[in-house]
Unconditional design. Structure first.
Length: 459
């Protein structure tokens, strides 16, 4: 199948736009997986709010499992992109083969461990006697289908990395649409409650995974093959993928920790605060997932041109990517203030909970705009294989968040814990921006010099 985009020749502004928009929309649509589940669960008669709290406790744990798809997917795509830029298609194919087998093995191991530890995990991460039954039912079904989630999300990165941005978006659309259709059928039609929501999600992910694997086997430029497994390649994949993995994993560990702290310091309001946090984190997914779609989806442009030693195209693309990330966060900053109540009303009809969640959404998005710059810079370094730059920048922002969520409730009301988000979103870019300005040109110059040295040796 012909490529939608020529990563080495197309005009950068159009290339960034044509890849970023479908990638952003794909991630926006993927958010519907969790939001639609939570929306329907929150409106279950008699037990909607407490069911929503149970699903909210499961959400970050399940998403953290899903982070393994980025460990391998985003870890492998820069290597494949650089190989394509170097005009080495056989190497690109070998990288894809190694990533597929890694994804399957990791999916099985993670699923088994999560199911074995589910009881202690759910209790430790904030499930009360009231919320545990709902959390346990939802968790068991969703985790049992983890292999579909990891394959659909992780292997889809290799479709986008080859320039098939629209195909990548479509793979997410068919899963999300399936989920939207199946949710009310299982939750209300078959009266399955939270179990129905989980089953709808797993079936939808299986449909998406089937589409992704079929395309990669038959129609992509770099197709799936078997064999050529290499521990050195696997090590490089894990090294590069560790940054996006730790970002997503840490984000969800922070939500888990926040739920536990809200339960601990919230007293009688603990379950209500967790319900509020579940709604707020649903809005934050609308902010961060499409934002990651822009910065992560466009990595293919940076990787390819970095591999081809086209520093001018790398720098120009990075400027457009930062601009698009900032533009998106500006829109979400505004929406948080003018449409927050409408968003919250999708999950609950309780006026007190609605008001509390609206206030919290505004707090969490105070520093949304600098967060856009942070995403673009960190994913940009990852795309060029500079994990030694991207990982410390990610860890710095996460450390700021963790310190804040543990210190704030010791001295203030439990609800003030939500200010940890804007604190970390400001401190992160304060380090990332100067480092980006200082190091990027040096990295690109070193790449050019290394390539010239290799050429002289060959000649």
């Amino acid at each position: 199948m012909a490529m939608e985009n020529d990563l080495g020749k197309d005009k950068i502004s159009r290339l960034v736009f044509r890849i970023a928009i479908p990638s952003m929309l794909a991630q926006f649509i993927s958010v519907l997986y969790s939001i639609v589940d939570r929306m329907f669960v929150g409106n279950i008669p008699q037990c909607g709010d407490i069911s929503l709290a149970g699903v909210g406790i499961c959400g970050p744990i399940i998403t953290m499992i899903g982070a393994f798809s980025f460990l391998i997917g985003i870890g492998g795509t820069p290597l494949m992109g650089i190989a394509l830029g170097e005009k080495k298609p056989d190497k690109a194919k070998q990288i894809l083969a190694n990533c597929l087998i890694m994804m399957c093995v990791v999916a099985v191991v993670v699923t088994v461990l999560a199911l074995l530890l589910k009881g202690s995990m759910l209790r430790f991460f904030g499930a009360s006697d009231a919320t545990y039954p709902y959390a346990e039912k939802y968790f068991t079904i969703c985790v049992s289908g983890s292999i579909f989630a990891l394959l659909s999300t992780g292997m889809n990165q290799f479709i986008i990395a080859q320039g098939y941005a629209k195909i990548g978006m479509f793979s997410v659309v068919i899963g999300a649409v399936s989920n939207i259709i199946l949710d009310p059928v299982f939750i209300f039609g078959f009266d399955m409650g939270v179990q129905g929501a989980a089953l709808a999600t797993v079936i939808s992910q299986a449909i998406s995974a089937t589409f992704v694997l079929t395309f990669l086997m038959k129609k992509a430029q770099v197709t799936i093959s078997f064999g050529g497994y290499n521990l050195k390649i696997m090590g490089k994949v894990l090294s590069l993928g560790f940054t996006p993995f730790i970002i997503i994993a840490a984000d969800n560990v922070m939500i888990i920790a926040m739920n536990a702290l809200l339960q601990n310091y919230g007293g009688a309001q603990g379950d209500a605060l967790i319900t509020c946090n579940t709604i707020v984190q649903s809005f934050m997914l609308v902010l961060t997932m499409p934002l990651g779609g822009i910065s992560g989806g466009t990595q293919s442009i940076l990787s390819y041109n970095y591999g081809a030693c086209r520093s001018d195209r790398v720098m120009k693309a990075q400027k457009y990517i930062i601009g698009m990330c900032v533009g998106y966060t500006v829109i979400l900053f505004i929406l948080a203030r003018v449409a927050g109540s409408a968003f919250v009303s999708l999950f609950t009809s309780d006026p007190v909970l609605n008001a509390q969640a609206c206030r919290t959404i505004k707090i969490c998005t105070i520093a949304a705009i600098p967060l856009g710059v942070q995403y673009a810079i960190v994913d940009g370094f990852t795309a060029m294989g500079q994990v030694q730059m991207s990982l410390p920048l990610s860890c710095w922002r996460k450390a700021a968040y963790f310190i804040a969520i543990f210190i704030i409730p010791m001295f203030m009301d439990a609800s003030m814990i939500f200010y940890a988000e804007p604190i970390s979103d400001v401190l992160g870019p304060m380090l990332s921006i100067p480092l980006f300005l200082i190091m990027t040109k040096k990295i690109l110059k070193k790449r050019e010099q290394t390539a010239m040295q290799k050429e002289s040796v060959v000649q």
